[in-house]
Design a protein around this ligand. Structure first.
Ligand code: SF4
Length: 93
């Protein structure tokens, strides 16, 4: 069995989480997937329509976020982005 990152566009992104504490209002996500994300009056990203763009655009939006404030999960609750292997360390609650 081989893992295929190339097929990531076919995954069903079910849940989009924006960490408002991390968001700096860079608006990259809005530029990439304006059907899904918008900035609120505090200049923080919010999800206005979870299915507002296709998975590919939503993934690009998440990847474009400079502070990794966007987390994507599939319908099984598995993380689609960021991928687990790319941990920055020092992450504990
Ligand atoms: S790209 Fe990231 S920091 Fe910028 S508005 Fe979207 S969630 Fe916030």
């Amino acid at each position: 069995m081989t893992e295929s990152n190339a097929s990531i566009g076919k995954r069903k992104i079910k849940k989009i989480i924006v960490d408002r504490d991390l968001c700096i209002g860079a608006a990259s996500c809005v530029a990439m997937a304006g059907g899904t994300f918008e900035l609120d009056e505090e200049n923080k990203a919010v999800v206005k329509l979870p299915a507002g763009d296709n998975d590919e655009k939503i993934l690009l939006a998440a990847k474009s976020c400079p502070v990794f404030a966007i987390t994507l999960e599939d319908e099984d609750g598995k993380r689609v982005y960021p991928e687990d292997e790319d941990t920055t360390g020092g992450e504990h609650l």
